[in-house]
Design a protein around this ligand. Structure first.
Ligand SMILES: Cc1cc2nc3c(=O)[nH]c(=O)nc-3n(C[C@H](O)[C@H](O)[C@H](O)COP(=O)(O)OP(=O)(O)OC[C@H]3O[C@@H](n4cnc5c(N)ncnc54)[C@H](O)[C@@H]3O)c2cc1C
Length: 318
């Protein structure tokens, strides 16, 4: 089991990975090919780069740095985080699932609201951004998930725990979930509609979605799952407090959930590379400190000093 799972391989996640891996904790860094830096041609205010640096170049150097200390980069989109029966966290990606003792959420700022009239007005009154949090309120109701990728497909399947009446609405986009997820939707009888959506209607809460073609799709609940799961979506699955599109942390970057930290743009604030790097650093150092406090920290230097005859250290907690 990896010690630390870092969700996001931008400046925040990668700097956390440098510290975690260098402290010889088994560190997995998940990334889905997105991230803000992808779009940045040149940044002139990043510490250590007087000539400027592009976003992709910066991230590539950061990853090389973290890899040097043993961090493992996993090119998979995280779609769900939960707790195991024990004290660990389970990280589910589109391809696999992993367990870790500590988590750093460093997914950058992403919060996509669909361009459908009434979505903001009905938030909390039929519109939800969190299946894990709100599906319970829609037991045996008619629900839809708006989204066109793996995340939407996973959320739709998750809703089956609460109701049989689930559909996916891509809002005009081509449905781009992986083939095995599409097959699972088919097997479960979850229809995928590609109509362009215009507005939500209802009195106190949502009752229907009008399409641009004037059709009315009756729903009691609409779950938004656009793009990849954002940091707040993942955070809410764990009961981590969020504020609007941001994850709430204290000054040490810790959330209200044990051994779950957040860093970088996902926490709001200045949304700059240098601050993201600083927050990633702080998150990793404090998480390592938590491991020490609970006796879970493995000090490999000490183990090296006391290597057994076959040269393999026997892992024991401090
Ligand atoms: C056009 C533009 C110009 C900018 N110029 C500057 C500048 O000049 N100077 C400056 O300091 N800052 C600048 N910024 C801001 C800077 O890019 C961000 O502050 C910084 O990248 C934030 O780092 P981060 O690690 O928090 O998030 P990001 O860099 O956004 O990284 C997020 C990571 O999370 C991963 N991820 C997200 N969701 C998932 C998921 N579900 N599963 C797996 N992985 C996931 C992504 O793959 C990515 O690796 C600019 C931003 C933009 C858009």
């Amino acid at each position: 089991m990896p010690d630390i799972a870092i969700i996001g391989a931008g400046p925040a996640g990668t700097s956390a990975a440098v510290y975690a891996a260098r402290a010889d904790q088994e560190t997995y860094v998940f990334h889905d090919g997105g991230g803000t830096t992808r779009e940045v041609d040149v940044m002139e205010n990043v510490f250590g780069f007087p000539e400027g640096v592009s976003g992709p170049e910066l991230v590539s150097l950061g990853r090389e740095h973290a890899r040097k200390f043993g961090a493992e980069f996993v090119d998979e989109e995280v779609v769900r985080i939960g707790r195991t029966d024990g004290e660990a966290y389970e990280i589910e990606t589109t391809a696999d699932s992993y367990e870790a003792r500590g988590v750093v959420i460093a997914t950058g700022a992403s919060y996509e609201s669909p361009a459908i009239k009434g979505v903001d007005e009905f938030e909390g009154q039929g519109v939800s951004y969190c299946v894990e949090c709100d599906a319970y309120f829609y037991r045996d109701s008619t629900v839809a998930v708006v989204g066109a990728e793996n995340y939407a497909a996973k959320e739709a399947l998750m809703l089956l725990d609460y109701t049989d009446d689930v559909q996916v609405l891509t809002n005009g986009s081509e449905f781009a979930a992986d083939p095995d997820l599409r097959q699972r939707l088919d097997d479960e009888g979850i229809p995928v509609r590609t109509d362009r959506l215009d507005r939500l209607t209802g009195d106190e809460s949502v009752q229907a979605i009008e399409t641009r073609d004037g059709e009315s799709i009756a729903v009691d609940g609409l779950f938004v799952a656009l793009g990849a799961a954002g940091g707040t979506d993942l955070a809410e699955m764990l009961g981590v407090a969020t504020e609007g599109q941001y994850v709430r942390t204290d000054g040490s970057m810790e959330t209200n959930v044990d051994r779950v930290y957040a860093a970088g743009d996902v926490t709001g604030g200045q949304r700059q590379v240098n601050t993201s790097v600083g927050e990633g650093t702080r998150a990793a150092i404090n998480l390592l400190e938590d491991f020490r406090d609970t006796g879970e920290y493995v000090d490999y230097q000490k183990l090296d000093d006391a290597k057994s005859e076959d040269g393999k250290p026997e892992a024991t907690a401090d």
